[in-house]
Design a protein around this ligand. Structure first.
Ligand code: LER
Ligand code: MN
Length: 269
């Protein structure tokens, strides 16, 4: 397994679960100095990322790109793949597609988390899941063409009412034609929604594509009350070799959060 840490380029996401906030150059330098293998990038949009600069910075700092988030589409523009407004759904799909392309050019997956939206008002759950499946059937092959996956992230009940659990994620992926998508298992959300994080990881098996390595209070593992012994044993059992990515709050301060996250990685991976 490899370590990653979140780098956020979006000032509006200041209160989000990102350790570094600022620009790309400082974020890469900081992540490398903190000792991580990779960054997980949260950009404002694909257009706002200078791909040449990112490539140069990753090389210079011996970093990988673990994944790229698409949540700015929600945070900034209130886009969602399940909006009742067809024009908004289309813009959401285009927003994610451009991040799939950008991340894919680095061999990295895009993350579909908050852009899944929620079933509410005139949109019932079945309709929302149909729209979500249709979007993923388009985005999955697009990522696969670039040799990348697409990460589908179940979120806790306070953020969505669509995909909350790993089992719902598995059921969502099962009927799809595209084989590219994998599940993003975020220990913070799982602590709220799963009966057993370890058992859920075992059921997901090879569908686990990425892990957000966050404690119960969304701080670094070790700074909350989640015991990751059994989940880590489960990850080893299923042969997981991907990232443990610290998508955590910068608490008590960013540097301390990063140090705690790296120590947890070294202790458990
Ligand atoms: C994104 O990875 C995530 O976990 C969400 O909770 C962000 O709102
Ligand atoms: Mn997450």
């Amino acid at each position: 397994m490899r370590s990653a840490i979140t780098v956020c380029l979006v000032p509006e996401a200041r209160s989000g679960p990102f350790v570094f906030h600022g620009d790309l150059a400082s974020g890469c330098a900081w992540a490398a100095a903190a000792g991580f293998d990779a960054i997980e990038l949260f950009p404002g949009s694909a257009e706002e990322v200078d791909a040449h600069l990112l490539r140069r910075l990753l090389q210079q700092h011996h970093l990988e790109l673990a994944a790229m988030g698409t949540g700015a589409g929600w945070v900034r523009h209130k886009l969602s793949l399940t909006s009742p407004d067809g024009a908004v759904r289309l813009r959401a799909r285009e927003f994610i597609a451009s991040i799939v392309d950008l991340a894919g050019s680095f061999g990295a997956p895009a993350i579909m988390g908050s852009m899944q939206g929620r079933a509410e008002g005139e949109v019932d759950r079945d309709q929302a899941l149909v729209w979500l499946s249709q979007a993923v059937e388009q985005l999955g092959p697009r990522a696969a063409t670039l040799g990348a996956s697409l990460f589908i992230e179940p979120l806790n009940r306070y953020e969505t009412n669509l995909l909350n659990t790993v089992d719902q994620g598995i059921a969502f992926l099962e009927p799809l034609r595209t084989q590219a998508p994998r599940l993003l298992c975020d220990f913070f959300h799982m602590n709220i929604e799963e009966t057993s994080i370890a058992d859920s990881l075992r059921r997901a098996g090879s569908r686990v594509g990425h892990v957000h390595f966050a404690d119960s209070n969304r701080r670094a593992i070790g700074l909350g009350h989640t015991d990751v012994t059994a989940p880590m044993a489960a990850l080893r059992e299923i042969g997981y070799t991907g990232y443990l990515s610290a998508e955590i709050l910068p608490l008590p301060l960013a540097d301390e959060a990063a140090a705690a996250a790296l120590a947890a990685f070294q202790r458990h991976a």
